[in-house]
Design a protein around this ligand. Structure first.
Ligand code: G
Ligand code: G
Ligand code: MN
Ligand code: NA
Length: 257
């Protein structure tokens, strides 16, 4: 309750910031292909509050609408800077979108405005949605996803394989990317079942002719080697970089690009 009150003024007090974690692709996952934008909240008294704690509060209170719009705008502007700096239109930014935003806000209008304002190509913007979004199956959320797909932004299914896994929703709108949850990556080198399940998810993506699969939570070379062997196209995790403020993420990117 205390947190909910504190969160209410957090945007206005500039306590919310955005950090960026690199996503790698290509042979040996050697290429930087983009970043995931992640919200951070630092309260003057409580210190850093994890999004695991404040995102649900933001969703319950509706504050996620403004916070989500802030993160999207901040991420898109940063990507436009990076595309210019590194001379590559192929770099993307991936932004988490809550089901509450899809149900309560005009996300299509927000995205259209942000694209216009930054001049980014629609395919440079990835929106990460969770299975719960799709499973809510409200007409409005699904309609928004269809419309966003038509606008040319890329839709990525986050935390794939956890939650209520049903494949039926994969036919309701155009999905472009699957993100394999780090629960499957953690013991990949040792656990045969995690290998089989990860392979199955990669095969689902191939069968649906999706553009790629991002494995999350990649922490060591052994996991990366298994993922490459299984045909995974992209990877994200501490092995390649932690989520960092834009300036530090820029420095880290210089070393890769
Ligand atoms: O940043 P961290 O790795 O701790 O993220 C924890 C969780 O919070 C993840 O599930 C992530 O998707 C979620 N999260 C982080 N930033 C945002 C955001 O801007 N919007 C939404 N909806 N979720 C976010
Ligand atoms: O659900 P989502 O994928 O949006 O959440 C990303 C979360 O995963 C963030 O909280 C981020 O800090 C965390 N994360 C990113 N890379 C790693 C990693 O290699 N290992 C672990 N344990 N967590 C990671
Ligand atoms: Mn995510
Ligand atoms: Na995830």
């Amino acid at each position: 309750l205390e947190l909910a009150d504190a969160l209410r003024g957090a945007l206005d007090r500039a306590e919310i910031s955005v950090v960026f974690q690199p996503i790698r692709g290509g042979a040996g996952f050697a290429d930087l292909v983009g970043w995931e934008a992640l919200a951070r909240w630092t309260h003057p008294d409580f210190g850093p509050v994890s999004p695991v704690e404040f995102v649900p509060i933001a969703e319950d209170t509706g504050l996620i609408v403004d916070i989500g719009a802030f993160v999207m705008r901040r991420a898109a502007r940063q990507l436009a800077d990076w595309q210019r700096l590194f001379g590559s239109q192929a770099l993307h930014v991936s932004v988490n979108v809550s089901s509450v935003q899809l149900m309560r806000d005009d996300v299509c209008g927000l995205v259209a405005g942000v694209l216009e304002e930054t001049g980014l190509e629609p395919h440079s913007l990835w929106l990460e949605i969770t299975e719960s979004v799709v499973l809510d199956r409200t007409d409005m959320a699904l309609q928004a996803l269809v419309q966003l797909g038509e606008m040319g932004v890329k839709l990525a299914l986050d935390d794939f394989g956890t939650g209520y896994s049903s494949l039926s929703y994969l036919k309701d709108f155009d999905l472009h990317v699957l993100k394999v949850d780090r629960a499957f990556v953690r013991n990949l080198a040792a656990d045969r079942r995690d290998q089989d399940l990860t392979k199955a998810m990669i095969d689902v993506a191939a069968a649906l002719r999706l553009e790629g699969v991002v494995a999350e939570g990649v922490e060591d070379e052994e996991q990366a080697a298994f993922l490459l062997e299984l045909g995974c196209s992209m990877a994200q995790g501490w092995l390649y970089g932690k989520p960092l403020p834009a300036e530090e993420a820029t420095e880290a990117a210089r070393e890769t690009l």
